[in-house]
Write a protein that binds this ligand. Structure first.
Ligand code: CTP
Length: 400
């Protein structure tokens, strides 16, 4: 089991007798696949030598705020930005008090103040210190700020007393950290999603469009968000409520959709093209309403830009996921779009008849990639979206 594979954890060790258990904690975190950097307070070095943590973690141990040796390798601000989680274990009563008031009088307190990721603390102190109103108050202020409390446990203490205040066992802390970081497969990934139809104007009151409702793309935006991604949703006209995403970009025509996507794609890790972008638009958009003064009329159409194919042919491109709506020979068409547009994956579905697809609440998908495929049987679009996001995360992880 490697529940913490490639997760970046900064372990802060403060000066308590439980500091020796932080060595075992380091070993367990690494065993789960995490990358661990250790920062110690100078009091902690009285209990355990930095060399112990350096040998275990395979990384230099930082103690001083402005240590020329480590500062040049990774400065303290860089160090504060590096971790997904700062885990203080053991966290003494003194250190918790410093965190509460925002002191920055050594490296570890400074990192806690400058950190942009999450912070968890595993308190370790004498029972009376834990029960003291000052500590209770400090802990509740930190919790209100979003600091996660792991423990403390209860039991025999180094001072000979028994009661709450004892640091949780390293295995318990590791399990807590795994839970904390298990929030999403796409954490810290930027995902760009297009959804809905486009409208290609014929005159001020008429347009060419299609039956796409946007439901699949919106469900994907929500599922990607739940998986921890920062989502940008570029949407054609729909009647759906705007989901909670990092950026929502409403567009109308294929040209507007193309420029919104192409402009943003370089700053995203994954692009999912769920929009039904018109393949053709009228050559001329009349500025006045067309009158019915002719028995018959014909519209001349011209091709629009294929957004996915453009991205597939560009140098630095996000991981590309296309959709294919087909009425016949589904796998053949989907695989040929996968190859022709240089996609990483394609999700194909039947349209027309009773097969799901457009403007329905349910869908079934056949997902193809170069050397594999997966069938997602008919289910509500929310469920299909979650499964597709999982498949995308699998393939994305494999590619990267
Ligand atoms: N697509 C695109 N830009 C277009 C048209 C389509 O990026 N101008 C994307 C869609 O968002 C979808 C994929 O291409 O992810 C496939 O769309 P689809 O309409 O099924 O296929 P086409 O490539 O347009 O081919 P055809 O219409 O001939 O089946």
């Amino acid at each position: 089991m490697t529940t913490l594979k490639n997760r970046r954890i900064l372990l802060g060790v403060t000066g308590g007798i439980a500091a020796y258990k932080a060595a075992e904690l380091t070993r367990l975190l690494l065993q789960q696949g995490a990358t661990v950097r250790v920062v110690m307070t100078s009091a902690a070095t009285d209990f355990v030598a930095p060399l112990t943590f350096q040998a275990l973690s395979g990384n230099p141990v930082h103690v001083e705020l402005l240590d020329p040796a480590t500062e040049s390798a990774m400065g303290h601000i860089e160090l504060a930005r590096w971790p997904e989680l700062i885990l203080i274990a053991p966290a003494t009563a003194d250190f918790i008090a410093k965190m509460r008031i925002g002191l920055a009088d050594d490296l570890l307190t400074t990192l806690c103040l400058a950190a942009e990721g999450r912070i968890a603390v595993a308190p370790a102190m004498n029972r009376a210190m834990w029960d003291h109103p000052a500590t209770r108050d400090n802990v509740s202020v930190l919790a209100a700020r979003g600091v996660v409390l792991l423990g403390p446990g209860s039991g025999a203490q180094a001072c000979g007393e028994t009661g709450p205040g004892r640091m949780l066992e390293p295995a318990e802390i590791t399990a807590g950290v795994s839970c904390l970081l298990a929030r999403g497969r796409l954490a810290a990934r930027r995902v760009l999603i297009s959804a809905g139809p486009t409208r290609e104007p014929i005159d001020p009151v008429r347009f060419i469009s299609n039956r796409s409702s946007g439901k699949m793309g919106y469900a994907l935006a929500e599922a990607a968000g739940r998986a921890g991604a920062a989502v940008t949703l570029v949407s054609g006209p729909t009647v759906l409520p705007v989901p909670a995403v990092a950026e929502y970009v409403p567009v109308e025509t294929a040209a507007q959709m193309a420029s919104a996507i192409l402009e943003r794609a370089p700053s995203h890790d994954i692009y999912i093209g769920a929009a039904a972008i018109a393949d053709y638009r009228p050559v001329v958009t009349e500025s006045g309403k067309i009158k019915k003064d002719q028995e018959a009329m014909s519209l001349q159409l011209t091709r629009t830009q294929d957004v996915l194919a453009t991205l597939g042919g560009s140098g630095s491109r996000p991981f590309l996921v296309g959709f294919a709506a087909e009425t016949d020979r589904l796998e053949e068409h989907a695989r040929s779009k996968l190859a022709a547009k240089h996609l990483d994956m394609i999700a194909a579905n039947w349209v027309g008849g009773t097969a799901g697809g457009f403007d329905r609440d349910e869908n079934a998908l056949h997902v193809f990639w170069a050397d594999g495929e997966h069938h997602l049987p008919m289910a509500p679009k929310q469920r299909i979206a979650e499964q597709l996001i999982d498949l995308i995360a699998d393939r994305y992880d494999e590619k990267n």
